[in-house]
Design a protein around this ligand. Structure first.
Ligand code: EPZ
Length: 429
């Protein structure tokens, strides 16, 4: 398997264009199942996760064409008919978000058999809220041998769905199913993440009637059919935040383009509190830090607009070199500190207890071999390595490839010493 070698110490200078949001793109791709006309998605990221979902969609009957459009990479998805309503375990277990094809399949064909996604490294991550939402919309749901069997032969029916806590995936799933239901659905305590607004915009461009996305109450008036559309994927806020933190960690001056400051406001405020200089522009931001030591600050992850859990690992990397003790509270997932022991291999001082990590800043980090454990954890190791003395070798980089497009290229263009070492095909331990 591939590894990434990083030699720390270079300041970053230059510009990094941000790609389309992975976590939006994969839900938008699932939305293409809802119509027999083509859906054209522009500003598409090219990632292992989007390729994986394309594989599943092709099995279900979608023609997927990736091409370079006038404004960059785009994907055209055309599901003339659903040829199979089965999403098998081997594909769903590799990417949980594949589970979100369940709602569109029931909405379009009245039945589906979709594998349960199973556990994952950052926590148990059940799908009970997804299933409750689909039941509320009138689907009958049975679970056998690891599969969800869903039926709604007469179509789904609009319903009031009050989520007991905020779930991005369950809110998106309910929206994807309710757009073709008979009558009106009202989702309360809905997730407010920007990806929800993006999904609603795309569905509305396809003829759906969704209002309130981006607030905690979403109203969906079901329509009989949806049609084709062209939609541009929003910028990836996690990629944005990750490169902002990389620039702050390495020092220097980096301009992030093709993105939005409001998507990462909670992060930028904390970075400024720590002593990083942030200049906000219409199409992005400039991150600057010159030599001076950062201050330790506390963060607590929360649903949007709070501090994103998907940026917690990267922020922890930054805090390893800050002056003082930083307390990092993770409230979304129960097991999302797997990067802490790996950061400690580079010399960081981190004590984890339950959902809280205490990071006592050290003067220097030192390169070491480390192992990626999940997507965001792995990039936190890259960030730490940028400021570590000597070389850090990150293995299991397939995690990185799931969500960061051309990472080595983007960082190298700003002067970082990052290179990929192609694997010999042998699996790692
Ligand atoms: C999305 O996951 C993102 N994934 C995650 O990003 C992100 O960390 C998360 O939202 C929170 O922002 C995608 O969009 C593909 P949730 P999702 O449902 O939708 C519990 C990344 O690195 N829960 O908001 O799965 C759940 O276990 C990934 O790109 C239930 O208990 O997250 C968690 O504790 C990692 N039952 C909490 O809710 C359910 O039915 C919030 O999860 C659903 C969720």
């Amino acid at each position: 398997m591939d590894r990434i070698a990083i030699t720390g110490g270079a300041r970053l200078m230059g510009e990094i264009p941000i790609s389309g949001a992975k976590n939006s793109a994969i839900k938008l791709m699932a939305a293409s199942l809802l119509t027999d006309e083509p859906l054209r998605l522009t500003n598409m990221p090219r990632l292992a996760d989007t390729r994986l979902l394309a594989r599943l969609l092709r099995r279900l009957g979608t023609e997927v064409v990736e091409q370079d459009g006038e404004n960059g990479p785009e994907t055209i998805l055309h599901t003339r008919e659903i040829v199979s309503a089965l999403a098998p375990y081997d594909l769903v277990r590799q990417m949980r978000a594949s589970f979100n094809v369940l709602g569109p399949l029931i909405a379009r064909t009245g039945h589906a058999k979709v594998s349960l996604p199973g556990g994952c490294t950052i926590g148990a991550r059940p799908v009970d809220l997804h299933l409750e939402a689909l039941r509320a919309l009138g689907a009958s749901i049975d679970l056998h041998e690891g599969y969800v069997y869903a039926q709604a032969p007469r179509g789904l029916i609009g319903a009031e769905i009050a989520f007991p806590f905020v779930s991005v995936g369950a809110t998106e799933h309910a929206m994807l199913a309710a757009v073709l239901a008979k009558g009106t659905s009202v989702l309360t305590n809905a997730a407010c993440e920007p990806e929800l607004g993006d999904l609603a915009d795309c569905l509305n461009a396809m003829g759906a009637k969704v209002s309130g996305a981006g607030t905690s109450t979403i109203v969906i008036e079901g329509v009989q059919r949806l049609h084709g559309a062209t939609h541009s994927v929003i910028p990836d806020r996690i990629e944005t935040g990750t490169y902002a933190l990389a620039a702050a960690m390495a020092g220097g001056e980096v301009r992030l383009t093709n993105t939005r400051c409001d998507f990462v406001d909670a992060l930028l405020v904390k970075m400024e509190e720590a002593g990083v200089e942030v200049t906000r522009h219409d199409d992005g931001m400039t991150i600057k830090r010159n030599g001076s030591r950062l201050r330790a600050v506390e963060i607590e992850t929360d649903p949007y607009p709070g501090f994103a859990t998907d940026l917690q690992a990267q922020f922890m990397a930054l805090m390893t070199l800050a002056d003082g003790e930083s307390v990092i509270k993770e409230t979304i997932f129960e097991n999302r500190f797997m990067h802490a022991p790996e950061l400690s291999r580079l010399g960081a001082e981190i004590a984890v207890q339950g959902g809280e990590a205490r990071v006592r800043g050290v003067e220097t980090l030192e390169g070491a071999p480390v192992m990626a454990t999940d997507l965001r954890a792995s990039v936190s190791l890259v960030i730490a390595a940028l400021a570590a003395r000597g070389e850090t070798m990150v293995s299991r980089v397939y995690h990185l490839d799931r969500g960061f497009e051309r990472l080595e290229e983007k960082l190298s263009a700003c002067g970082a010493s990052v290179r990929r070492i192609a694997g010999d095909g042998e699996p790692e331990d």
